[in-house]
Structures are given as structure tokens and as C-alpha cells.
Design a protein around this ligand. Structure first.
Ligand code: SAM
Length: 285
């Protein structure tokens, strides 16, 4: 690769999506950008080097810089300076699409704020790959990313998506999968249809379907392995009984004020705010 070829790219920030398992899941345009950008930045420089090796792309004398959540604030000015100086800067996260539960947002925002050209060579992302093969409705979906680790925060986060009228997509670690599904069954409803998609695009790719309770029971007995996406179908709207609302309220009142708990539960249950507030006051007394 000659210097003349390298400098053909427009100066600016060029994001590329990288494979989430199968190394051949990379677009021709992403490979072109890898071969021709002046400066390469990556969340994990070793993974990017490996990918370049697989596809026969040499780094030559171009800088390959680490840019991740721990050094982003320090690295951004350097990358912005390169762009301001007329260079094309490529950014790749460790796997999949940058910014999707991965670094890159602050970098894109900084480039936009400085008026630089920003583009993306799109490609794999685990959320959409899972959605497309799960068999759950794909007409509307909400990407909810990773849930909090702590149980009470996780339940609150689940509660906040309980009434969403769309398939909800979560990323989850194999260690927490059983506990997450049990909480989801409790908060979102035990009979909701769900799917656990594992190791997408890899040798042991698997999609397991069932109700949240069935999946929770399975993964509480079986330690999951690999990378995981959990999808939950939208709930069927049904009137909650007073008992259901009281149980939800008690849960929220453990960590929230009467006002916040009532607001959250009114949203989830569809009950009028005033009615929920009065019930919360009586429980809190
Ligand atoms: N930026 C990535 C994307 O576009 O999907 C996501 C990065 S996030 C740090 C990593 C999480 O994505 C994993 O913990 C898992 O939940 C999900 N994931 C990534 N690759 C996957 C795969 N091959 N199969 C299933 N889930 C995957």
C-alpha cells in the first residue's frame, strides 16, 4: 500500500463495524477503510491487528492507537487534532458496531461538535442478528443493552420496560443469565415469550425459545456459556389486580419515595396515578 493510496480518503472520522464471531462478517468497504485510513484507533488494538492479519491488510507505518472507556478523554483531543490536520481516522470497537454497548459515542459527538466529517461502514451487531433469527416480532424493538448488576436496580430497570409495546433486547453475561431471567419472569410476567440467543455467528450458535419462566428454570440449572442476547416479547396488556399492584409497590417502596414508587407503578400497571399514590400512602404508613 502506497502513501498516495492511503491519502485518498476524506479526512474525518470513519467508524467500521467488525465481526461478532465469524471473521468473514466484515464488509468490503470496512476492509477498504482499514487498508486506507491514515490513523487507526481501536478499543482493542490486538483484536484489530488480528482481523487485519486474517484479511491480509498491513499496518505499515500507520499509527494504531488504543481508544477505550478508560483513556477516551485523553485520546479524543489527539484524534480530533489528526482530523483537523486533514487525516482520516478509523475507529473500531472490539466487536460489532461501535457505540452499541461499546465506546465511540463521545468520539462521534466530539467530531460532530468540531464540524468534522463522520461516516460509518455498517455491519454486524449482536442485537439485530439475534432479533432477526429469534422468531420474535421484529416490527418494533427496544434495545435495552446490559441491565444493572445489583438485583434491586435490575428489577427497577426491568420494570421501566415492562409496558413497552415492542420486543425488548438485552445483552447479558452467562454468569448472570439465570438470575436475570428469574427477575424478568417476576417483573415482566412469567408467561411472556422470550429467546436466549448464544454465540451468534460462531460454531455453537444456539437459539432457545420459551416463556421467561421456562428459560429461567433451564438456565438456573444449566450454566450458560459464551456470549448472550436475551429477547423478550411485548406483554399482553391486562388489568393488574390490587394484589399485583400492592406487591409491585412494596418492592419499589424498599428503595424509593412514595411519590417515585407511585409514579413508576402507575406507569407499569396502567392504574391511575392518584389511586396508586393513595395505595402507596397506606402501605407506607
Ligand atoms: N458492539 C457490540 C454489538 O454491536 O453487538 C456489543 C458489544 S458488548 C460489549 C458485548 C455483548 O454483546 C456481549 O456480552 C453479548 O451480550 C453481546 N454479543 C456480542 N457478540 C455476540 C455473539 N456473537 N453472540 C451473542 N451475543 C453477543
Amino acid at each position: 500500500m502506497t502513501i498516495a493510496q492511503k491519502s485518498n480518503l476524506t479526512s474525518g472520522l470513519h467508524l467500521i463495524a467488525t465481526p461478532i464471531g465469524n471473521a468473514r462478517d466484515i464488509s468490503l468497504r470496512a476492509l477498504d477503510l482499514l487498508a486506507s485510513a491514515d490513523v487507526l484507533a481501536a478499543e482493542d488494538t490486538r483484536s484489530l491487528r488480528r482481523l487485519m492479519d486474517i484479511h491480509g491488510i498491513s499496518l505499515d507505518d500507520r499509527p494504531l492507537l488504543a481508544y477505550h472507556e478508560h483513556n477516551g478523554a485523553k485520546m479524543r483531543p489527539r484524534l480530533m487534532q489528526e482530523i483537523a490536520g486533514g487525516k482520516s481516522v478509523l475507529y473500531a470497537s472490539e466487536a460489532g458496531t461501535p457505540l452499541i454497548s461499546d465506546p465511540g459515542f463521545d468520539l462521534v459527538r466530539a467530531a460532530r461538535e468540531e464540524g468534522h466529517y463522520v461516516t460509518s461502514a455498517p455491519g454486524p451487531t449482536a442485537a439485530v442478528t439475534a432479533l432477526s433469527i429469534s422468531g420474535l416480532p421484529s416490527d418494533r424493538f427496544l434495545f435495552a443493552g446490559f441491565l444493572p448488576n445489583a438485583k434491586s436496580a435490575r428489577k427497577r430497570a426491568l420494570d421501566s420496560v415492562a409496558a413497552v409495546e415492542a420486543t425488548v433486547v438485552f445483552y447479558e453475561s452467562p454468569k448472570r443469565l439465570g438470575a436475570m431471567l428469574a427477575d424478568a419472569a417476576e417483573v415482566l410476567g412469567s408467561t411472556r415469550q422470550a429467546a436466549v440467543c448464544r454465540e451468534l455467528t460462531k460454531r455453537f450458535e444456539e437459539v432457545r425459545r420459551g416463556t421467561l419462566t421456562e428459560l429461567a428454570e433451564f438456565y438456573q440449572e444449566t450454566q450458560a456459556k459464551g456470549e448472550i442476547v436475551v429477547l423478550v416479547e411485548k406483554g399482553v396488556a391486562q388489568e393488574m389486580t390490587q394484589e399485583d399492584v400492592e406487591t409491585l409497590l412494596r418492592d419499589h417502596l424498599e428503595t424509593q419515595s412514595v411519590r417515585d414508587a407511585s409514579e413508576a407503578v402507575a406507569k407499569t400497571s396502567g392504574w391511575p396515578k392518584r389511586k396508586v399514590y393513595q395505595l402507596a400512602l397506606s402501605l407506607d404508613a
